[in-house]
Design a protein around this ligand. Structure first.
Ligand code: SF4
Length: 307
């Protein structure tokens, strides 16, 4: 029998503003991990700085709250040390695509088996609503003194070009559909990314629930984003690019790209370090009776520079 989502509800008081889209994402995470039957001690939610980072306090798991922009490298270290854990990154668009942008790209290149959930509200909510990387140009939200003159990052296109092998978009208030996307992303073996459009009712008074509901639609069954062979990729690329680029009067939701042909980073490591998956670094003994098994002075003796 599947676990109850209540098993994942931490006792912390949820401090988001009333009506915040974060509640929908949290709810979808609870239900997804419950239906996947992931024991809380084997679940790791890593968050960065921002309203979204507080997710780490609200989900029961072996979680970590990283420095600003550093959720992905911390999650990567955890996953490579203990590949049997389920690792989810919960971060905002400012955290993951601003200061953490380089790490976001690096995860795609590596295709580490981690799920990144982007809480995409286009503003820096925690610090009073400044323009974030996903705010389209010429939009003036209430905290800005003049319209935003930066062009926006397209998160799904960036994820695709960086090498993420599962790319999807969901909507925070559609928790059932989002739950299913999270379940599929977690099951996928490789770097998976979900851009979750999320109203921030306190600071983004332009991209509201009404604004999104007028634009969003789910890709139909006639759209096939699954890549099973290299020929598939060539054939389906034009349609996939069309969906990845579409953001304006119409915004597609659902699985936009799913490459099932690539090895994950863990599988690549296993190829160059046979036995890695059976004895990953996080499970190896490093000391006996308080004494390190490996003598670092011996390991580095040839590299010591005597001046
Ligand atoms: Fe949510 Fe915005 Fe409030 Fe942050 S500031 S909790 S994103 S509504």
């Amino acid at each position: 029998m599947a676990r109850s989502w209540l098993e994942y509800k931490a006792p912390a008081w949820v401090q988001w503003c009333p009506g915040c889209g974060d509640f929908g994402i949290l709810n979808a995470i609870y239900r997804a991990v419950a239906e996947l039957d992931i024991p809380p001690e084997r679940l790791v939610v890593v968050g960065g700085i921002g309203c979204s980072g507080r997710t780490t306090f609200y989900v029961k798991g072996s979680n970590a709250h990283a420095l600003h922009g550093r959720a992905i490298p911390m999650a990567t270290g955890i996953k490579l040390a203990r590949p049997e854990l389920t690792v989810i990154v919960a971060g905002g668009d400012g955290d993951l695509l601003g200061i953490g942008g380089g790490h976001f790209v690096a995860l795609g290149r590596r295709n580490v088996d981690i799920t990144v959930i982007l809480f995409d509200n286009a503003v820096y909510g925690l610090t009073k609503g400044q323009a974030a990387p996903t705010l389209p140009a010429w939009i003036k939200t209430k905290a800005l003194t003049s319209p935003n003159i930066h062009d926006n990052v397209n998160p799904v296109l960036l994820a695709f070009s960086a090498g993420y092998t599962f790319v999807a978009r969901g909507y925070a208030y559609h928790t059932s559909q989002l739950k299913e996307l999270i379940k599929t992303a977690v099951r996928h073996k490789g770097a998976s990314f979900i851009d979750v459009l999320q109203p921030c009712p306190t600071y983004n008074n332009v991209m509201t629930n009404k604004w999104y509901e007028e634009r969003i639609y789910y890709v139909g069954e006639d759209y096939d984003p699954i890549i099973r062979t290299r020929e598939d990729f060539k054939e389906k690329l034009p349609a996939i690019m069309e969906k990845l680029l579409e953001f304006g009067d119409r915004i597609p939701l659902g699985i936009l790209y799913w490459d099932q042909t690539k090895d994950s980073f863990e599988e690549r490591l296993e190829k160059i370090m046979p036995g890695y998956m059976q004895a990953p670094p996080g499970t190896r003994r490093i000391s006996v009776d308080g004494r390190p098994i490996v003598d670092p002075f011996e390991v580095f003796k040839d590299r010591v520079i005597v001046t």
